[in-house]
Design a protein around this ligand. Structure first.
Ligand code: UDP
Length: 381
């Protein structure tokens, strides 16, 4: 078959590679002048620092097959994400751990004491937390919620945490020990030469033709048997039912000499600080040494038509519109919607790759049995 992959991020690259390996003819296009989508990394010409151009991306997974898959295409260096938060005039360790709790409350508690202390703060009348705020009040109580989550989340999502689902906060652990690893996954690391060469290596196959700076044109359909769309779901339909809401990010780039903040990611919890976090990119490549430094101040806002979509909002209104687009998609033939934008979900890189591998398997099974290929890499609703 002749496949057209629209988008050269992880979804398009992984599915394209699998189809190419199975002997199919694969064309990958991307409107941008680079592969890797929002994971794209680029070495800064002046300082030599590897910059995460569209914001910080740390690879972490529990999925051994996904970990082996990415390691087959590029060497990973050990990396542990240890985030700090500046809030209410002090610097704390994130995710909330025993150090954070002791420092914040001016105490010297051991794990069991801290657990009991936090349980006293927590609102135990909340049995089944539905919203972000309920989840926070139930598990960390009002003071930690106010300092670390409320302001940050209002800035990040542009709405009250009472409107957001509990699932967003469930991304972050709370620990009653001194483990300050941001993620609880077994595997964690950073590609030695950045994400872009990794994705390039996945795309490097004789049956794959890659065209960058090439926007999709519906006329391309005629030359291909199947389209794999990793762009925005609503974008495929020309946004004709309206636009699915996203948050976009603005990065205020600045440079410095030496070590400006002492860590890769510093979050800012206070509501009156307009940015959510500052990233010092050289700390993502702990094995490299650079005199100069490149930093991003990160601001979040509603995504306009000409902005890059980052985080799908997925509140009640968006979900109703999403259901309409899903129905439209299901009535189409010859196209599969994949990945973060194609299924309008908040996806980490490892989940994106897992779903891409599974979609490639589903393609092979469907082709063997002569049935249509799946419409989605995973259900958007
Ligand atoms: N969050 C917060 N304070 C922080 C870090 C995160 O309130 O210091 C909340 C915020 O709502 C954010 C969510 O937790 O959107 C998930 O955080 P994560 O670090 O996973 O976000 P990402 O790195 O994907 O932007």
């Amino acid at each position: 078959m002749k496949f057209l992959m629209v988008g050269a991020g992880f979804s398009g690259a992984v599915i394209g590679r699998r189809m190419a390996e199975a002997g199919h003819d694969v064309t990958v296009i991307d409107a941008r002048d680079h592969v890797a989508g929002n994971c794209h990394t680029e070495r800064d010409a002046q300082t030599g620092v590897m910059v995460h151009v569209y914001g910080p991306h740390i690879f972490h997974t529990d999925d051994e097959e996904v970990w082996n898959y990415v390691n087959a295409f590029g060497r990973f260096k050990p990396y542990r994400n240890r985030v700090k938060s500046t809030t209410q005039g002090a610097v704390y360790s994130l995710p909330i751990n025993l150090h954070t709790i002791n420092q914040f409350f001016g105490k010297t508690m051991r794990p069991d004491e801290a657990r009991a202390f936090i349980e006293e703060q927590a609102d135990t009348s909340i049995n089944d937390p539905q919203t972000f705020e309920e989840q926070a009040l139930r598990f960390v109580g009002p003071d930690l919620y106010e300092a670390f989550f409320k302001g940050y989340t209002e800035k990040q999502w542009g709405c009250s945490p009472t409107e957001l689902p509990a699932s967003i906060l469930k991304r972050l652990p709370v620990r009653f020990n001194y483990d300050d690893n941001y993620f609880f996954h077994r595997f964690q690391g950073m590609p030695e030469h950045g994400y872009t060469p990794l994705v390039q290596a996945i795309l490097d196959h004789p049956n794959i033709t890659l065209s960058l700076s090439t926007p999709y044109d519906p006329a391309m359909r005629a030359d291909h048997d199947h389209v794999v769309w990793s762009g925005p779901l609503d974008g495929y339909f020309g946004y004709d039912l309206g636009r699915l809401g996203y948050r976009t990010l603005d990065f205020e780039r600045f440079t410095a000499e030496g070590d400006w903040q002492g860590c890769a990611v510093m979050n800012y919890g206070d509501p009156d600080v307009p940015f959510t976090r500052i990233t010092e990119h050289k700390h993502f490549a702990t094995w490299e040494e650079h005199e100069g430094s490149v930093l991003y101040r990160e601001f979040s806002r509603a995504c306009g038509p000409d902005d890059i979509p980052y985080y799908p909002i997925r509140l009640v209104e968006e979900k109703a519109l999403l259901a309409d687009y899903v129905a439209r998609a299901e009535a189409e033939s010859g196209v599969t919607f994949v990945g973060r934008l194609g299924t309008y979900r908040y996806l980490d890189m490892d989940v994106t790759i897992r779903e891409a591998l599974d979609t490639a398997t589903a393609f092979a099974v469907a082709m063997d049995s002569g049935v249509p290929l799946p419409v989605f890499s995973a259900q958007p609703l």
